[in-house]
Design a protein around this ligand. Structure first.
Ligand code: ZN
Ligand code: ZN
Length: 126
């Protein structure tokens, strides 16, 4: 039992890290279930939720369902408000040292999201 759970967990992380579309748990489950018929949706939810709580992966609050990112390193997200497309960008320097010095905060994590309309949606609206 334990062994199967570990294998499923590995498959979930491998799939998440192999793609850059920041899928929801439902989406990831749909794409994995053909290859892993024993996998349950509840397992995918639980594995992703626990990993996000531990900071191993990122959780994004976009649209009706949370989305997940296998890359937990610093980067910012540009999010389309129409189709929910999530695009990764490098994080520009933010002067955090100065901020910590001025306000006495010890910054432990940062999460930057920019919202707009993606090129495809702009084109579709023309
Ligand atoms: Zn769009
Ligand atoms: Zn990302």
């Amino acid at each position: 039992m334990q062994k199967r759970n570990t294998a499923q967990k590995k498959a979930i992380f491998e799939e998440l890290r192999a793609r850059r579309d920041h899928p929801s748990a439902t989406r990831l489950y749909e794409d994995l279930k053909e290859r892993y018929p024993n996998l349950s949706k509840a397992t995918v939810y639980r594995v992703l939720k626990n990993a996000a709580d531990e900071g191993e992966i990122l959780r994004l609050h976009v649209g009706p369902e949370d989305r997940f990112d296998g890359d937990a390193k610093d980067h910012l997200h540009v999010i389309c408000t129409r189709c929910g497309d999530v695009h990764d960008e490098a994080l520009p320097p933010m002067g955090l040292e100065k901020l910590e010095k001025n306000y006495g905060y010890a910054i432990s994590s940062r999460h930057v999201e920019l919202y707009g309309v993606c090129p495809a949606c702009q084109k579709a609206a023309e």
